[in-house]
Design a protein around this ligand. Structure first.
Ligand SMILES: Nc1ncnc2c1ncn2[C@@H]1O[C@H](COP(=O)(O)OP(=O)(O)OP(=O)(O)O)[C@@H](O)[C@H]1O
Ligand SMILES: N[C@@H](CCC(=O)N[C@@H](CS)C(=O)NCC(=O)O)C(=O)O
Ligand SMILES: [Mg+2]
Length: 474
């Protein structure tokens, strides 16, 4: 892809002049994070890391990512309702992966008891990189879809203004005016508001289920404040609060501190370290309730890496989306090679191939939140260790996507200003609401571009690796 900012990036003096201006703009716009040292206080906060300049994104690929988002929403929703598919797909994984097994146990328990929830809300983010194949033309390839705690829609809503200001100060006002308006926080809040309305109790509140250490609170507040603006009350609680004070009435209505909860919006609960015994009990209580869970446990399972791999197998999409051949074609076009490591000959072959050429692949466990995947020598070592054990089915293997690098400055508090060779990842936010069997909302609500230095194979913004960015459409 063309180096759009070549003249600026070469001019060290100009960079030193513009970087503090960019940082002040980020602070003014509220592109903020709490500090690692004090994640639960707002007395001293930092700007969230971001790129000095927006990164080039081909127009056709951005369009393609947007145009497939409603298909992904529909697909996730269908998978979440397909017990037979989830059971079959996750059968061997849950034998060896305790975390997925525990989620699955709650899923089964709630199914057996009977689901009382009738309104379903999905807020997801489908992430992509631009793969430069042998011909060198970049193609949109999905990294994964996040169905729980898909973050940074709030801060992304505030970064466009920062890059616009930077470009204006640099005398690039034509380029500044080309930056796309992007307000995912509004669309996310619209989905939550719709679910709240359909739940049908005006006294009830929305509960954000939040983590112990809340560094990313400002991102969450962007959505929260949109709800307050619509006169929907929001409370923030942890699993511990739910365990201590949560209860269900005879109709399985959920109450905490005397408040009825209409919607539970999870910004927590996606990694094993979020859970102790009491937190698992709290999760079960929430899932058993009538409240709208975003996501419900079935939708969280629909977002596992194992499900992603299964969806890429021939014929599967057709079965899940009958009568929708165009959607199937759009979805499949974004898949790169995904491989099952089930015990058997097929799995043996792919493992041998990955051991022989580790740099062609990524090895993924059933984890979220970044920093969990294995690459190169490490991938090879792990595969050699587990290749004859059922433990291998707790992973999937994926082709490594190779995006084109571009130069940029990654601005991060307390870090030196230096130029980096970077790659970007584009995410599209999807929101849908279903009432019983009727999909009453299905939308894409904005994007998130994240950029990181090429030396990091893994990790997003929350993991301290990637930074916020904006697409500069070319
Ligand atoms: N197939 C791939 N090719 C190249 N890089 C990849 C691939 N899969 C993942 N990555 C890199 O690893 C990062 C994390 O991968 P992934 O999103 O699958 O894991 P995660 O733990 O679910 O992360 P998240 O915090 O986004 O939920 C991605 O942001 C991307 O940079
Ligand atoms: N708990 C934090 C972080 C959640 C988180 O890490 N979410 C992942 C998906 S499970 C994500 O979207 N990560 C993007 C990134 O860190 O760049 C929050 O709610 O903001
Ligand atoms: Mg993820």
């Amino acid at each position: 892809m063309t180096a759009v900012w070549k003249d600026i990036l070469r001019n060290v003096q100009l960079i030193q002049y513009i970087a503090p201006i960019a940082v002040d703009a980020a602070l003014l716009e509220g592109v903020l994070m709490r500090t690692k040292d004090d994640p639960n206080a707002s007395d001293v906060v930092n700007y969230a890391p971001f790129t000095l300049l927006p990164s080039p994104v081909p127009h056709s690929l951005l369009e393609q990512a947007y145009s497939v988002q409603q298909d992904f929403n529909l697909l996730v929703d269908k998978v979440s309702q397909n017990t037979e598919f989830l059971e079959r797909t996750l059968a061997s994984t849950i034998k060896v992966d305790d975390f997925t097994a525990q989620l699955f146990k709650i899923y089964r328990q709630v199914l057996d008891e009977g689901i009382t929830q009738s309104v379903f809300l999905g807020i997801n983010r489908s992430d992509y990189m631009f793969d430069c194949g042998p011909e060198g033309t970049p193609a949109l390839k999905q990294i994964e879809i996040n169905t729980i705690a898909a973050s940074f829609g709030g801060l992304a809503s505030r970064t466009t203004a920062v890059h616009r200001h930077v470009l204006n100060v640099l005398g690039k006002s034509t380029e500044a005016s080309k930056l796309l308006t992007n307000i995912p926080s509004k669309g996310i809040a619209t989905g939550i508001a719709k679910a709240w309305e359909l739940y049908g109790s005006h006294r009830a509140v929305v509960m954000f289920l939040v983590e112990e250490a809340q560094r990313n609170i400002f991102d969450q507040r962007c959505v929260e404040n949109e709800l307050w603006m619509r006169n929907i009350r929001v409370i923030r609680r942890r699993f511990k609060d739910v365990y201590d004070k949560g209860s269900l009435d005879n109709d399985k209505r959920l109450y905490i501190d005397g408040e009825e909860i209409a919607v539970v919006y999870y910004r927590e609960g996606y990694v094993p370290k979020n859970y102790n015994k009491q937190n698992w009990e709290a999760r079960l209580l929430l899932e058993r309730s009538r409240a709208v869970k975003c996501p419900d446990i079935a939708t969280q399972l629909a977002g596992t890496k194992k499900v992603q791999q299964e969806l890429s197998r021939p014929g599967i999409l057709e079965k899940l989306l009958p009568g929708k051949p165009e959607a199937v074609t759009r979805l499949r076009a974004t898949f790169t090679g995904l491989y099952s490591l089930e015990m058997g000959e097929e799995g043996d072959k792919i493992i041998a191939m990955a051991i022989a050429e580790p740099d062609r692949f990524v090895l993924k466990p059933q984890r979220e939140g970044g920093g969990n995947n294995l690459y190169g020598e490490e991938l090879k070592k792990v595969l050699e260790t587990i290749k004859d054990s059922p433990e291998r089915t707790s992973y999937i293997l994926m082709d490594k996507i190779k995006p084109p690098p571009a130069l940029n400055y990654l601005l991060r508090a307390n870090s030196p200003l230096k130029i980096s060779e970077c790659v970007s990842e584009l995410g599209i936010f999807g929101v849908y609401v279903r009432q019983n069997h009727d999909l009453v909302m299905n939308e894409h609500v904005g994007h998130l571009l994240r950029t990181k230095a090429v030396e990091h194979a893994d990790g997003g913004v929350a993991a301290g690796v990637a930074v916020l960015d904006n697409p500069y459409v070319i």
